[in-house]
Design a protein around this ligand. Structure first.
Ligand SMILES: CC(C)(COP(=O)(O)OP(=O)(O)OC[C@H]1O[C@@H](n2cnc3c(N)ncnc32)[C@H](O)[C@@H]1OP(=O)(O)O)[C@@H](O)C(=O)NCCC(=O)NCCS
Length: 193
């Protein structure tokens, strides 16, 4: 925290708490969703996904030290047998490119492994290059398209990550974990700590 109480943006990901998404988060979450995602999820859709039947996992990232405990982003998945389906992942526009989506995705994929997942899949807009790069960094590869899947007839790219239950994938998650990466870099350079 700086003297003015503002978290330095390069350290943001280390100051974010990742928690299970709760009904009390939904005012902030649906506000971000409405501002950010064209034809995003409505409150009833989020509420339906929060029903605890063991097949879903939704996480929220909050500023851990800020007075307002602002929601920074959120994401979730549904488990279908040994497959994890990443259903949503959004970061508030003020907090992007600081590793928070990677942090949420790493945590979701760790949870998927813990629940026995062997593969993970998702759909992403064909024109959403930032998200495609994020997913590629965690081993997702394009395998096909869904024609006119999104609003205004935008196609979806279908991406899969295979063998996510194995040791190699566990290593990839450790390498990509932005908190671990930041700490290692800070250890190398005491000036950044
Ligand atoms: C896509 C999104 C979730 C990324 O969130 P984020 O917290 O900024 O992502 P990260 O900081 O963890 O970035 C991880 C990697 O993704 C890629 N990436 C993220 N934003 C990018 C951008 N604007 N341009 C290019 N690559 C980008 C980069 O490879 C980045 O790694 P780097 O910063 O080391 O280069 C965010 O932009 C968002 O919420 N977009 C709107 C909603 C959305 O598209 N969700 C995905 C639906 S499938």
């Amino acid at each position: 925290m700086t003297a003015g109480g503002v978290i330095a943006m390069d350290r943001l990901v280390t100051r974010v708490a990742v928690l299970p998404l709760a009904a009390t988060d939904l005012d902030e979450v649906t506000d971000i969703e409405a501002r950010t995602v064209t034809t995003g999820w409505s409150r009833p859709i989020f509420e339906r996904e929060l029903v605890d039947d063991g097949s879903r996992c939704y996480l929220v990232a909050r500023l851990a030290e800020a007075a307002a405990h602002d929601v920074v982003g959120y994401g979730g998945m549904q488990m279908q047998s040994e497959q994890a389906h990443i259903t949503t992942l959004t970061i508030d526009g003020r907090f992007r490119r600081r590793g928070v989506a990677t942090r949420l995705l790493v945590d979701l994929l760790r949870e998927a492994r813990a629940r026995g997942a062997e593969s993970a899949t998702l759909e992403v807009r064909i024109d959403n290059v930032p998200a495609q790069r994020l997913y590629a960094g965690l081993g997702f590869r394009p395998v096909g398209m869904r024609s006119k899947y999104y609003h205004e007839a935008i196609d979806a790219m279908i991406m899969w990550a295979h063998d996510i239950g194995g040791a190699d994938y566990g290593r990839l998650l450790r390498q990509r974990d932005p908190v671990a990466v930041w700490r290692t870099t800070a250890d190398d350079d005491p000036g950044k700590a």
